[in-house]
Ligand binder design. Structure first.
Ligand code: GDD
Ligand code: MN
Length: 365
């Protein structure tokens, strides 16, 4: 075999070995561990649920209904819909729904113009009166106990942020892998990847950090990292899983944008890692995840290029490795993994000219 082929094989092994080793480590070291938290079952704070909306006419009523059906005491709940001047009747539908449900306090705020999700959340934060603030996207569904579960975990003094795991959907055959990783990272200290379906914060913490960053696309993940870097915990506990709708059209654009946001979050988090108050084991988690999101995808691309060059020069083993890599695409979890790597690579390149902080609406109903 030539040097190109050898390098290609080495890189592809490294690409797959690191995540598997990280997974095995988390599973063996943290997954089965206790939480090391002091929960207070009597904690019943006032909760403000924030639903940012842009063109959500078809989903907003179902979303409000879903919040209404929570088993959390309704008199302690307040809902803020912050609409980015949708113009499709989202705000009107929300107001009309509120009129029919007088026993839940709902406020609908319409911004003068669309500004993006994070600025909308900051607008809502200025009006929120709950001790706990829960952000939820219109295109998501909660189990009935979601709020009480989130509040339960926030009752520990050091927990500043709680998010949900994801009910395995059709789009990700390997959700179980991710849920395991998020859960184990949460137990170790905190996980740097959160979900817009449910992100529950202590309002005091949000005010301390000056609200949501408007220069990164992930209001959820980046804020979780910010908490962990301050020495607080940001967790996705077991027993709290949400559903997110996946767009039928524009799937690739959707995945690319989300990857762009995550990349932005990790890049910003790395710049703040030095001198942070996070425990060492969280720094290790953050470095591993940053490596997985920012570096590891390139290894696969490079490996494929090297193997192809070597195969083109007539090398048998590299050609066989490449063929095996292609054949494995028939296996769904592997295909999903490779697709994620591709989206991350495209995202990093695309971030060079656009951050997609105000994004195109993908229909999900
Ligand atoms: N007010 C307002 N203004 N709301 C907006 C705007 C805006 O400009 N843009 C989007 N929203 C609302 C949407 O209506 C939806 O309820 C929520 O914000 C999330 O938008 P989606 O379009 O559904 O985003 P997504 O599901 O693809 O991405 C989510 O996850 C990403 C990563 O996990 C969002 O939470 C992203 O912020 C996040 O980066
Ligand atoms: Mn969504």
């Amino acid at each position: 075999m030539d040097a190109l082929g050898a390098a290609g094989l080495t890189l592809s092994l490294a690409h797959f070995a690191f995540p598997l080793a990280y997974y095995a480590y988390l599973k063996a070291r943290w997954l089965g561990r206790p939480w090391d938290l002091r929960l207070d079952p009597g904690y019943r704070p006032r909760v403000t649920v924030i639903v940012p909306t842009y063109m959500e006419r078809e989903l907003i009523e179902g979303k409000l209904e879903n919040v209404y059906e929570q088993d959390y005491p309704r008199e302690l709940l307040e809902v803020l819909v912050v609409d980015g001047a949708s113009g499709d009747g989202t705000a009107e539908a929300a107001r009309e729904w509120a009129g029919r449900h007088g026993d839940l306090r709902v406020e609908v705020v319409v911004e003068p113009a669309r500004r993006g999700k994070a600025p909308a959340l900051n607008e809502a934060l200025r009006r929120a009166r709950g001790e706990v603030v829960v952000v939820t996207d219109a295109d998501s569904l909660w189990p009935r106990s979601a709020l009480s579960e989130a509040v339960k975990w926030l009752s520990d003094e050091r927990v500043a942020v709680v998010s949900c795991l994801k009910v395995p959907g059709v789009e990700e055959a390997y959700r179980g892998f991710y849920n395991t990783v998020r859960l184990a990272e949460s137990k170790a200290w905190s996980t740097p990847v959160f979900h817009g379906e449910l992100a529950a914060f202590k309002r005091g913490f949000l005010e301390e950090i000056g609200g949501f960053s408007t220069d990164v696309g992930t209001d959820d993940s980046y804020t979780a990292v910010a908490a962990a870097l301050m020495g607080l915990r940001a967790i996705t506990p077991e027993g709290l899983a949400c559903v997110e709708y996946v767009p039928r059209r524009g799937y690739a654009a959707w995945r690319t944008r989300r990857a762009q946001h995550l990349v932005q979050s990790f890049a910003k988090a790395l710049r703040r890692l030095r001198g942070s108050r996070a425990p060492r084991r969280f720094k290790a988690v953050l470095l591993a995840e940053a490596y997985l999101h920012l570096v590891n995808p390139w290894l696969l691309l490079l490996a494929a290029a090297l193997l192809a060059a070597s195969a083109a020069a007539g090398m048998v083993l590299p050609a066989a490795a490449l063929a095996l890599g292609a054949l494995l695409l028939l296996y769904k979890p592997y295909r999903a993994w490779v697709a994620t790597q591709a989206f991350l690579v495209v995202a990093m390149v695309r971030n060079l000219w656009t951050k997609e902080l105000v994004w195109r609406k993908q229909r999900k109903s």
